[in-house]
Design a protein around this ligand. Structure first.
Ligand SMILES: [Ca+2]
Ligand SMILES: [Ca+2]
Length: 275
């Protein structure tokens, strides 16, 4: 190489180094299970600290050297599905009948509350290779009935802000199964867990919610009762709650006693399939 060519090349290299974005902003996170390895790569979009946003999520799942899945997280019912507030995190479990692990990627999509979105990347049947699931802040992977197939356990995010502030919202237990390749609500198969959840909500009610901003806790308790086949008891409870606790009023600026609380709470529980 001539001196002139070397100078041009050096100049170009320096120019590219200046123009090119810093590669330090590319990130990745991996998890291993046996011969399987799942990786998500992503790039910093904006912000800092716990407010950092990430973009361009890409997932690769390998078994040994073979790539089984390589794709973006699936498009689901929210626009910013490729944006994550905070780093995306992996969980791994066996979610269906075959012995291969499933990898679950969870990320926040930037909304204020109750907006963790998780995606299960199954590595069994091709049809179920990606299954979008919608769960609130924090969910657990747990084999609830000990049959070797894990379920996803959380509170039902649809109850957020219902008849209560966010902090005072009540969330009935929700148990999802992905055993068949799609998301199925199997909560009713676990009445003992619903009973335990109802007992916690009733304790919360008696320890304060019954006097103020308790519309969400009463709603969640009634939801559990309905799932236990105790709808009449749930309706009596909501009628009593209407007279004892305050809820956000229609204008959302003040709290008070809403004479239509019980009726509206029942309508909500019917609309989400509890009662
Ligand atoms: Ca499996
Ligand atoms: Ca199970």
């Amino acid at each position: 190489m001539s001196r002139r060519h070397f100078t041009v090349l050096l100049t170009l290299t320096v120019a590219i180094a200046v123009i090119a974005p810093a590669t330090s902003e590319a990130r990745s996170s991996s998890i291993k299970r046996g011969k399987w390895k799942a990786t998500v790569t992503y790039q910093k979009k904006s912000g800092s600290g716990i407010y950092t946003m990430y973009k361009r999520l890409r997932v690769t799942i390998k078994r040994g050297r073979s790539t089984i899945v390589r794709r973006r997280p699936p498009t689901v019912a929210f626009r910013d599905h490729l944006v994550s507030a905070g780093r995306p995190k992996w969980k791994v479990a066996n979610l269906d009948a075959d012995a291969s692990p499933e990898f679950i990627l969870a990320w926040m999509n930037g909304c204020a509350h109750s907006c963790t979105r998780a995606n299960a990347f199954g590595v069994g049947a091709p049809r179920s290779s990606t299954v979008p699931i919608h769960l609130p802040d924090g969910f657990f992977v747990e084999d609830v009935d000990g049959n070797g197939v894990a379920e996803l356990v959380a509170g039902d995010s649809r109850f957020s802000y219902q008849f209560a502030s966010y902090a005072s919202s009540g969330y009935p237990i929700l148990i999802n199964s992905l055993a068949g390749g799609s998301v199925v609500d199997v909560t009713r198969n676990f009445p003992a867990r619903i009973e335990a959840d109802a007992a916690e909500l009733l304790e919360r009610w008696n320890n304060g919610a019954k006097w103020s901003d308790g519309g969400g806790v009463a709603l969640a308790y009634a939801a559990d009762l309905c799932r236990l086949g105790r709808r009449a008891e749930a309706m009596v409870f909501l009628d009593d709650a209407e007279n004892s606790t305050s809820v956000p009023l229609v204008d959302n600026l003040d709290y008070g006693y809403d004479p239509e609380y019980a009726e509206q709470a029942e309508a909500f529980l019917v609309s989400v399939g509890y009662c």
